[in-house]
Design a protein around this ligand. Structure first.
Ligand code: 13P
Length: 230
């Protein structure tokens, strides 16, 4: 079945990097592939004649006004962005976004016809203390009463992001099941954290997992093409 495979380039690259990356990247047919470069490089992807799906790495929780540095969901929609990450742990940590802020971003994206991908995931302390389900439940609780269609979560345990430490497949499966059973309607769950071309196939075999969110390994076009074609 078709999966969602998303590249989060974070704050990497420049115009030359993205133009040569796109030349090297072969788009697989079987999966839905999303690309999240920094805002300044959206154009490289939007102009690509393969009709690539562009994803924002974040969005403002405000609609319009005196919010220096912010980009609104309406602006993203206007230029053709169709997806947006929200609540990535790096934005929660560095910018202090709360669950409430993230939910506000979600509402703004929805109102502007952009599909949100809501990042959730526990820190090492919560995992080691066996409190990860409680932590996740708090992050999920905002969406319980929300719209019944099209919710997508990305489970990204903070201890796995950029560390090369991959949870066991059984641990990922357990969380995917936990998130899916929390809602009484159908949702999708992706996994992110130290995904690469060597582990992508096995990860995609995890039952009920709907796709992958890839950080570091997306910077190599050939490697990301292999993951996207898994
Ligand atoms: P890495 O794949 O580099 O671990 O990053 C994961 C991530 O944060 C994707 O959003």
């Amino acid at each position: 079945m078709s999966k969602i495979i998303a590249a989060n380039f974070k704050m990497h690259g420049d115009v030359d990097f993205y133009s040569s990356w796109l030349k090297k990247f072969e788009l697989p047919k079987q999966n839905t592939v999303l690309f999240a470069p920094p805002y300044l490089y959206f154009d490289c992807f939007l102009k690509d004649e393969r009709n690539l799906l562009v994803m924002s790495q974040d969005v403002s929780d405000e609609e319009i006004g005196p919010f220096t540095s912010q980009i609104s969901a309406k602006m993203l929609n206007e230029i053709g962005v169709e997806f947006s990450l929200i609540g990535h742990s790096e934005t929660r940590d560095k910018m202090g976004f709360t669950n409430k802020n993230v939910f506000q971003k979600f509402l703004s994206l929805r109102a502007n016809r952009i599909t949100p991908i809501i990042c959730v995931g526990e820190s090492k302390d919560y995992r080691d203390g066996g409190k990860h389900f409680g932590f996740l439940e708090e992050q999920l609780s905002f969406y319980k009463a929300e719209s019944k269609t099209g919710l997508i979560f990305a489970y990204e345990p903070v201890w796995s992001i950029g560390t090369g430490i991959l949870p066991k497949s059984s641990e990922i499966f357990e969380v995917v099941e936990f998130i899916k059973s929390y809602f009484d309607f159908k949702i999708k769950v992706l996994y992110g954290g130290s995904v690469n071309a060597s582990n992508a196939k096995d990860l995609l075999r995890i039952k009920n997992l709907d796709g992958l969110l890839v950080g570091g390994a997306s910077l190599k076009a050939e490697e990301f093409a292999m993951i996207a074609g898994s």
